[in-house]
Design a protein around this ligand. Structure first.
Ligand SMILES: [Zn+2]
Length: 134
């Protein structure tokens, strides 16, 4: 077996990198600064793509950046000046932790939260795996 094949085999065995060839693309947030604020123009559309409520994602970003966030129709306003790559990196972190299944790498998941329990569960609709969400 050649080196390349070995590499391919190693990749196929990696969790979350299932060799279906079909990879989920994390939507890119279109952001710009206005004064000391950061506007995320396509926030609503990006949330639809990852199948999460804009309120949830907004809460996460607001907490992570320690700044208030306001939903304005299609867009989200962060009350702090942030670079686009910084915002997108955080958004990617959210998607990796709250959307993509750690077992099969698919984004077909939903979050279960039990009343009275702090921990939430990420349930994968593709492979049935369950994971804990921070
Ligand atoms: Zn899965």
């Amino acid at each position: 077996m050649g080196y390349e094949e070995l590499l391919e085999e190693a990749y196929a065995k990696m969790p979350g990198k299932a060799g279906s060839g079909e990879r989920f693309e994390i939507p890119v947030l279109d952001s710009f600064n206005e004064g000391n604020k950061t506007m995320l123009k396509n926030f609503q559309a990006a949330c639809t793509k990852i199948r999460r409520a804009p309120e949830e994602v907004s809460k996460f970003l607001s907490k992570e950046f320690a700044t208030p966030a306001t939903l304005e129709n299609e867009r989200l306003v962060l009350h702090r000046k942030l670079r686009s790559d910084v915002v997108n990196k955080k958004f990617e972190e959210y998607v990796q932790g709250h959307v993509i299944c750690k077992q099969c790498g698919k984004p077909d998941t939903h979050i279960l939260s039990e009343p009275g329990q702090r921990a939430k569960t990420l349930v994968c609709e593709a492979c049935g795996a369950r994971g804990v969400v921070r």
